[in-house]
Design a binder for this molecule. Structure first.
Ligand SMILES: *Cc1c(COP(=O)(O)O)cnc(C)c1O
Length: 469
């Protein structure tokens, strides 16, 4: 391929151009599905096209319509950007194109994952000796952790779910709060545990599990019955964290109970001494799911599953030994720890992000996002007709707008969100919190500055004023 270097240099230039545009780019992007289909879809060409033509075309259409979620004024969902070192490592990962399932197919990939896993266990305050798997996202991290949980609680009841499946197995009681993220239910759906076959515990006004209600639910389960309790660090709307220590200690009183924590973004509070009290006791759980593609700011797809009981993790995940698999106890074969066989070497991005940020850099990034969320809340709070619905304990802010008088605050809040989205200064979306329409702001990007927040506050206040007419 004689033109390969030119193609890749040109592609790098196009990618850099896009990244450099992010700070000032409008957050309004092309969402016209008919136009995108016209430009991108159609019959498969019989003769191949020039790679440079394909890439130029993709870059033009793709950059124009890219959601801009890597940018500093994207506050939608809980997204996170990508620190430059992680983007660079992602490019190298593609160039190396290794299959990181096996040590032999990517030796450095395996060692880098080992190093990153150990750093993360330390940084997030998890028990040393925990095992980990690098997966696509938090949903698959739940799947991995809950597979280990399912294995362990059934093994204690004398049942090997790995070899025998669930047919004839003792019943597993699964406890969730009413605020459990949908991906926990999806993981239960995949695992044959039934997404609706759960015992649901109420939450308080911030979305935290009510410990007394959890105690009642746990007590309703027959003694010794296999049980899995799901807790949450970081409610997707409010950022609130379940009272982890009392909840875990309560579950611990049962002989056969596994505690799993959904810490998709909230677990990163553990990386900051200032925020760590929020997740006090988190290390007492049995498994933890989190994302690197959210608050660590590495490119998608990058989820992390941690398990305090490596033997259960292994029993649940490792494929049956096949003759050609060069398993070796001395080296890490990732196939044993994740629900994938062949896979991308996704450790390089995490490694590059952690090594360039260092412990203090991760702490600063997490604390800065939280400080900016408070700045956003404080900046909006003073305005007539604006109410902050949550205690801003982390990086999430919920805002509700009132039109004044007898006006419909739900409809008005949605109208303000629509106007903000169309304004192009920032992007965020709406949610429903305790039956009320709300604007949700998530500050999760390394590149967001105070000036970005102040500009965004002005745009939101102007949108509300314009909606009032
Ligand atoms: C984002 C999120 C998830 C799902 O994570 P993915 O990486 O999108 O699979 C789960 N739980 C919470 C609390 C989240 O914020």
């Amino acid at each position: 391929m004689p033109d390969t270097p030119d193609l890749l240099r040109r592609t790098a230039a196009l990618a850099i151009e896009y990244l450099e545009s992010l700070a000032d780019r409008s957050t309004v992007v092309d969402q016209d599905v008919a136009r995108l289909r016209r430009e991108l879809a159609g019959p498969l060409p019989d003769a191949g096209e020039l790679a440079s033509d394909v890439i130029e075309h993709l870059a033009a259409v793709g950059s124009r319509s890219a959601a801009g979620s890597a940018g500093p004024r994207y506050f939608g969902f809980v997204i996170g950007g990508a620190v430059p070192a992680a983007v660079a490592a992602d490019w190298l990962t593609s160039a190396w194109d290794q299959n990181a399932g096996l040590y032999v197919a990517g030796p450095a990939a395996s060692v880098v994952e080992e190093a990153a896993g150990a750093w993360l266990i330390d940084l997030l305050g998890l028990p040393s000796g925990s095992s980990f798997g690098l997966v696509t996202g938090c949903q698959m991290a739940h799947f991995t952790c809950l597979a280990a949980a399912r294995y362990a609680v059934l093994a204690r009841a004398g049942w090997d779910v790995t070899t025998q499946g669930l047919f004839g197995a003792p019943e597993v009681r699964v406890v969730v709060s009413e605020e459990a993220h949908s991906t926990v239910h999806t993981a239960l759906q995949y695992l044959g545990l039934g997404r609706d076959r759960v015992l649901v515990v109420p939450t308080d006004d911030q979305g935290r599990i009510v410990v007394e209600a959890l105690a009642e639910t746990v007590d309703s389960v027959p003694l010794g019955a296999p049980m899995i309790v799901n807790l949450q660090a970081g409610n997707v709307n409010t950022g609130a964290v379940d009272p982890l220590r009392p909840a875990i200690e309560l579950a611990r009183r049962r002989a056969n109970c596994w505690v799993h924590v959904d810490g998709a973004f909230g677990l990163w509070a553990a990386a900051s001494p200032q925020l760590a009290p929020l997740v006090d006791g988190v290390g007492l759980a049995d498994s933890w799911a989190t994302d690197a593609h959210k608050w660590l700011n590495v490119p998608y797809d990058s989820g992390l599953a941690f398990v305090a009981h490596p033997e259960a993790h292994l029993a649940a995940m490792a494929p049956p030994h096949a003759a050609y698999l060069q398993y070796d106890d001395e080296k890490r074969d990732e196939v044993a720890w994740a629900p994938e066989f062949s896979r991308r070497a996704r450790g390089f991005t995490i490694y590059a992000a952690l090594r360039t940020l260092g412990r203090s850099g991760v702490r600063d990034m997490v604390e800065r996002c939280c400080a900016l969320a408070r700045r956003m809340a404080d900046g909006l709070r003073g305005t007539e007709g604006v109410e902050i619905l949550n205690e801003v304990v982390l990086n999430q802010v919920l805002v509700r707008f009132s039109p004044g008088g007898e006006g419909d605050a739900d409809a008005f809040t949605r109208e303000v969100i629509r106007r903000v989205q169309e304004g192009g200064t920032l992007w965020l979306s709406g949610t429903t919190w305790h039956s009320m329409a709300a604007m949700r702001i998530s500050v999760s990007n390394w590149s967001t500055t105070e000036a970005d927040v102040d500009r965004s506050i002005r745009a939101i206040v102007e949108a509300a004023a314009a909606a009032r007419g």
